[in-house]
Design a protein around this ligand. Structure first.
Ligand code: GRG
Length: 296
């Protein structure tokens, strides 16, 4: 299968969904809605919603009812990028190929735009008109899944240790904690959201969860490598920022070649975790390869 054409078709569907989920730019108060849209529609790859869709497809489910849930993952991801770019955090000027949200709208509005996106995700998830395809018990499980992955037991926790580790000599388990929480938790949750939506049995959920964990790790190792080898015009953000900020990364432990080797090994393991699935899981298999070979 052609993963690039699969990704571009799904991206169109996700973008249409997101367009309906967020308020128009002119709605009062316009500054915050404009800033939310500025970052949301800056050309992200939509990896998390697409992972949710591909996981549900792997189980043979139709995915139209999943779209608002998948969209909520992207709202949370975009909020995290806006806040991560703030001067108090990573202090970055470029994201998704354009000036960061706070560079355009100022820090206060960027913080509020992030807050707006985060809360909108849960507004969408709990809006029974939008999520009528999902029975209440599975919706609650989904909300628990996403909130846990985004909060202190997931992304926020990982971000805290990442910030506190800057310029420090950390050991490998600490780097693993940062990676599995800061980036991995939401990617794992994305796959699980699709699986829960598609009523995965325990065995299938376990296999897909393992896939999500490994895909998340492969994604972050690739990100560490791209921060050294990537091109700014392809990445859409500054390169070399990990080194500049004194952050330990996979290449700082294992070198570039060692990290590439590990990323490929982890992707292979992710694919192996799907051994009991049929051809409907091919997009997930190809996504694991894409994640390590991507250029942005
Ligand atoms: C502020 C609570 C809080 C958390 C921020 C996700 C995150 C935590 C920070 C982002 C920093 C970063 C560059 C992490 C590396 C992996 C990552 C999440 C990259 C960006 O995700 P992509 O590649 O981006 O999916 P697009 O733009 O395609 O959506």
């Amino acid at each position: 299968m052609d993963i690039i054409s699969y990704l571009s078709k799904k991206k169109v569907i996700v973008d249409k969904t997101l367009e309906k989920l967020v308020p128009p730019a002119k709605m009062f108060p316009p500054s915050v809605h404009e800033a939310m849209r500025y970052s949301l529609f800056a050309g992200g790859k939509r990896v998390r919603p697409i992972l949710a869709i591909a996981a549900a497809e792997a189980l043979g489910a139709r995915t139209s009812g999943l779209l608002p849930l998948a969209g909520s993952l992207e709202l949370i991801h975009t909020y995290s990028l806006i806040h991560d770019d703030l001067p108090a955090m990573d202090n970055d000027d470029f994201r998704r190929g354009r000036p960061t949200c706070h560079k355009v709208y100022g820090e206060a509005i960027a913080i509020l735009a992030g807050d707006g996106l985060l809360n909108m995700a849960f507004e969408v998830l709990s809006d029974t008109r939008r999520t009528k395809a999902v029975p209440a018990n599975r919706l609650i499980t989904t909300i628990k899944e996403i909130s846990t992955a985004s909060g202190v037991f997931g992304m926020v926790g990982g971000q805290v240790i990442d910030m506190e580790s800057e310029g420090k000599e950390i050991d490998f388990p600490t780097l693993e904690y940062i990676h599995t929480h800061k980036t991995g938790a939401l990617i794992r949750a994305s796959v699980r959201v699709g699986a829960i939506y598609a009523k995965a049995n325990e065995k299938r959920l376990k296999a897909l969860t393992r896939y999500g964990e490994l895909a998340g790790l492969a994604f972050q190792i690739a990100d560490d490598i791209l921060d050294i080898t990537g091109k700014q015009e392809e990445l859409g953000k500054d390169v070399g920022s990990d080194l500049k900020k004194g952050k330990r990364t996979f290449p700082s432990f294992f070198g570039l070649e060692g990290s590439r080797l590990r990323a490929n090994e982890v992707a292979d393991k992710a694919i192996h975790s799907l051994r009991d699935f049929d051809h409907k899981a091919d997009p997930l298999r190809e996504l694991a390869k894409y994640i390590v070979n991507r250029v942005n």
